[in-house]
Every structure is written in structure tokens, then in C-alpha cells.
Write a protein that binds this ligand. Structure first.
Ligand code: ADP
Ligand code: GLC
Length: 480
């Protein structure tokens, strides 16, 4: 098949979260399976300057209609591996900036113009290069308008640009809501400004456009596909999702086993596997040492790596600060995000310096060491479309302690409920729930045989992208 992926971030060229990993791995795996895959992302400064993008060649000059003006841009492309072509849609004014979506203080004010331009640039490229796509697959709100823009361009030019469109929701909490007066920039028919179109409480909602107008919808775990049809998780769009219940499928993400595998991981001090865990002990000592903690410590180590936001339940961990002050445990936390949470976690580390270590920075290498060196991985998310770290934890032999939601509930099995199959501990994502999870973890730590059996079950799990990409392949075939 000729498959086109369109996303606002793709690993390794531009990344702020799991979307980059998921979209990047899916596209690369589909290419490995023999499909002809094109991937579009905005020509951000980090992307065009990425060492792997050094061979990018100018392909096309763009003239994109944006309301009553035309904006110029250009498209560059290169092929990093067989069957895979990466396209950057460039316009300096929009994408030659330090960040992807905004400064740490606030989002860029012209994000709607940036991503309307991006989607229109993709559609123009499909048309001018006659890519003849079977599937055009967009990810998250930044690509929400893509199905509409694509079908509209087809009508205008009397061309077929794609047989079917697919839209994946990685996180319904971010919807791309902008003043309706910007809608004219899309050049779409005015009737789409209504409730059956992009309108959402008087504003334009790009996520809603994707949910309504793509031929097929997917989310990144089966449970999240069901959750977002309810008011509790629907973020105001549950009715819209429900109206398309027949066309939505939850397909679990995979993890990249070349990068996240303790037997080959180049970012940890010693390798290990399920048959020989000696290397994990060395990783543990290294983790403690690198944080100025006693490397001889023998009690439980809790690790955490995440965006510091309410989604990830960081406030629920902070609400249990007394646990970390009183129990003889260690907490190693790596995360960036909201200032209030960054300050609060630093204060917790200051209050118990011999027990809690915190780094508020992006650190790929440390994120691997935390997965390898901890005993438990704390992930008390309030909602989690899929989540990657709980899967990394399982294969690194680090027991995940997770909120019973979304992709976490789809990938972890609770050990107390299923003693013979359990791989982690699950609880309600509340302060009490987290406390319950921590106490159960302490008890489990004193039962080494039970802990080791659960650990081994987790390490044997297979979250390969090949399996996940095959599921997308079937979905595409069915759609066509
Ligand atoms: P989300 O995309 O919602 O943030 P995921 O679990 O899907 O959550 O993916 C998060 C990814 O970002 C993981 O690969 C995780 O290791 C990584 N990550 C999060 N915070 C940091 C950080 N401070 N340093 C390095 N990696 C991080
Ligand atoms: C989003 C979700 C996360 C998911 C990732 C990749 O960032 O928050 O749960 O793993 O997308 O699909």
C-alpha cells in the first residue's frame, strides 16, 4: 500500500512526547513490512537541523491559499531507509522557531495558522507530486482538518488524493480550539462552521473535525477507545466520538525494541535479561550514585519519568509526600512540565535529600537508567491513552504501579487480583489509591519470590511494533 502519515512530531526529528515515538515507529515498521510510506512533519528548526536530515533535498515550492492571501513555503524530503520518505513542510515564519508548540510559558498564538498551513501544505504536496496515496493517516488535533482539506481539494481539482483517511487520537485532552474567526483561513465551505462541522461552544475545534470527517478513527489502546465515549474521559467530545462508535478502533502502541531493551540498551551501564539480572543490580547502584544517594541502599526504589501535569497524577504523588518522608524507600523522579509541579517536586527533594532525588530536565539517558535501576515504576495517571513507560518498565523488570485507566489497564495485570498472571499493581488514580499502591508495593518487596515471578512475567512480554503495525495494516485494508 501507499501510506502517508502526517504528524506534528516524529522521532527522531522532533519530539515532545510519546506521539513522536508512536507515529515514528509505526511509519518505520510499515515501511519494513514492505509498504511505500511517506511521512510529513513541519519543518521545525530542530527537524531541519537534525543530523539525519542533512541529506534533505528541496522538492517543491508551495503556494498555499490561507483565506484571502497566498503564503509561500517549500517542501524538502529525504529517505532515511528503504520504503520510507520523510517530507518537511517548511515556512520560516511558522516553523523556524526554538520550540514546537510554544515557549514554556505559553502556546504560540498563531498555532492555528501554523497547522492549517501545514495540513494544506501536505495536501498540495500530495497533489503536485501525484503521490497516489491509498491511505492518508493523520495524528492528533494538529492534523484534525486534514480529511476535510483533502476532500475539499479533491473536489476543487477533480483529482483523487487518497482512497481513505484515518485519524488517530493520541490524547483527547488537547483539541486545538481557536476563535471561529480563523476558520476563513481554511477556505472550507461556511456550512462547516456549524454544529455538524467544526463548531464547539462557538469556537473552531480541530480535533472535532478529525473525529467527524476521517473515514476511520483509532486510539492508541482498546480501553481508551471506549473511555472517550463517556463524559468522564470524553473532554466534551464524548458525544462526537459516540456518534462514530462503529468506526473507532483501539490499537495498542508498541515499543521500539532496538532502543528499549535491557539486553542491548546503549544508555545503561550494564546489560541484563530475564535469565540473568546481575546487570540490573549494577544499574541500581549507578542510579543511586548518580543522584548522590547511598549506592549500598537495599530497600525499594521507586522511579518516575513523565511530563509534570495533572494527567500523569504528579499531584497525587505529592499528596503522599509523608510516605516518602517516613518510609525507608528511595524515589527518583525525572520530569519537566508545569512550573508549580516542578517547584513542588524540587521542594520534596529538598525536604528529604537522602531519600528523594529529582531532576527537572529532559534527559533521554537518565530515563533509561531510571527504568533499569528502579524496583517499581510509578505511573498514577488520571487518564492514559496508551502510555509507553509502563511497557518499558515491564520489559526492564521494574514493576509498574499504575492508575487503572486506558492503556495502563490494557498492558498491566494486577498481581493481587491475578496472582498467577500479575505483572504490576493497579489502583484508582486518587491520592488514596496511590497510597494503597505504595503500601502494597512495600509488602511485595518483602516477598522476593513473588516479586521475582511477576518481574519475569513482565520481562517476557512482547510489545513489538511489528504486531501493532500488522493491526494497522488490517485496518487500512478493511477501510479500502
Ligand atoms: P506522553 O506522551 O503522554 O507524555 P508517553 O508515556 O506516551 O506519555 O511517552 C512519554 C515519553 O517521553 C516516554 O518515552 C518518556 O520516557 C519520555 N519522557 C518524559 N519525560 C521525560 C524527561 N524529562 N526526559 C526524558 N524523557 C522523558
Ligand atoms: C499521547 C498519550 C500517551 C500515548 C502517546 C503515544 O502522548 O498521552 O498515553 O502513549 O500519545 O500514542
Amino acid at each position: 500500500m501507499k501510506i502517508v502519515h502526517v504528524a506534528s512530531e516524529i522521532f527522531p526529528y522532533a519530539k515532545t512526547g510519546g506521539l513522536a515515538d508512536a507515529a515514528g515507529s509505526l511509519a518505520a515498521t510499515l515501511a519494513d513490512l514492505g509498504h511505500e510510506v511517506s511521512v510529513f512533519l513541519p519543518g521545525y528548526r530542530v527537524a531541519v537541523e537534525h543530523p539525519l536530515a542533512g541529506q534533505a533535498e528541496h522538492r517543491l515550492k508551495l503556494r498555499v491559499e490561507m483565506g484571502d492571501v497566498f503564503m509561500s513555503g517549500d517542501v524538502r524530503s529525504f529517505s532515511p531507509r528503504k520504503n520510507l520518505t520523510i517530507y518537511f513542510v517548511c515556512r520560516e515564519e511558522f516553523f523556524d522557531r526554538r520550540h514546537l508548540y510554544g515557549t514554556p510559558e505559553r502556546d504560540y498564538e498563531d498555532n492555528h495558522h501554523r497547522f492549517i498551513f501545514f495540513c494544506k501544505g501536505v495536501v498540495e504536496t500530495l497533489r503536485l507530486l501525484e503521490l497516489g496515496a491509498d491511505i492518508v493517516h493523520g495524528h492528533d488535533w494538529q492534523c484534525g482538518l486534514l480529511p476535510l482539506l483533502l476532500r475539499h481539494a479533491e473536489q476543487r481539482h477533480g483529482a483523487t488524493l487518497a482512497i481513505k483517511t484515518v485519524f488517530t487520537v493520541h490524547n483527547l485532552a488537547f483539541q486545538g480550539i481557536f476563535p471561529m474567526r480563523s476558520f476563513y483561513r481554511t477556505n472550507l465551505p461556511d456550512e462547516l462552521m456549524g454544529i455538524d462541522g467544526v463548531e464547539f461552544y462557538g469556537q473552531m475545534n480541530m480535533m472535532k473535525a478529525g473525529l467527524l470527517f476521517a473515514d476511520r478513527l483509532t486510539t492508541v489502546s482498546p480501553r481508551y477507545a471506549v473511555e472517550i465515549q463517556t463524559p468522564e474521559f470524553g473532554c466534551g467530545l464524548d458525544g462526537v466520538v459516540l456518534s462514530r462508535a462503529g468506526e473507532i478502533t483501539g490499537l495498542l502502541n508498541g515499543i521500539d525494541a532496538r532502543i528499549w531493551n535491557p539486553a542491548v540498551d546503549g544508555l545503561i551501564p550494564e546489560h541484563y535479561n530475564v535469565g540473568d539480572l546481575a546487570g540490573k543490580t549494577r544499574c541500581r547502584a549507578d542510579l543511586l550514585k548518580r543522584h548522590g544517594l547511598d549506592p549500598e541502599f537495599r530497600g525499594p526504589i521507586f522511579g518516575m519519568v513523565c511530563r509534570l501535569t495533572e494527567q500523569k497524577g504528579i499531584d497525587l504523588v505529592l499528596a503522599n509526600a509523608d510516605f516518602f518522608k517516613a518510609a525507608d524507600v528511595r524515589l527518583v523522579l525525572l520530569g519537566t512540565g508545569e512550573r508549580r509541579f516542578e517547584t513542588a517536586v524540587r521542594e520534596l527533594a529538598k525536604a528529604c535529600p537522602s531519600r528523594v532525588a529529582v531532576s527537572t530536565r529532559q534527559d533521554e539517558s537518565m530515563s533509561h537508567l531510571i527504568e533499569a535501576g528502579s524496583d517499581f515504576f510509578l505511573m498514577p495517571s488520571r487518564f492514559e491513552p496508551c502510555g509507553l513507560n509502563q511497557m518499558y518498565s515491564l520489559v526492564y523488570g521494574t514493576l509498574p504501579l499504575v492508575g487503572r485507566v486506558g492503556g495502563l489497564a490494557d498492558t498491566v495485570t494486577d498481581l493481587d487480583e491475578y496472582p498467577a498472571a500479575g505483572t504490576g499493581l493497579m489502583f484508582a488514580p486518587t491520592a488514596e489509591g496511590v497510597r494503597d499502591g505504595l503500601s502494597r508495593a512495600l509488602k511485595l518487596f518483602d516477598q522476593p519470590a513473588r516479586l521475582a515471578a511477576a518481574q519475569a512475567r513482565g520481562m517476557r512480554k512482547n510489545f513489538s511494533w511489528t504486531q501493532a503495525a500488522r493491526a494497522y495494516e488490517r485496518l487500512y485494508e478493511e477501510a479500502i
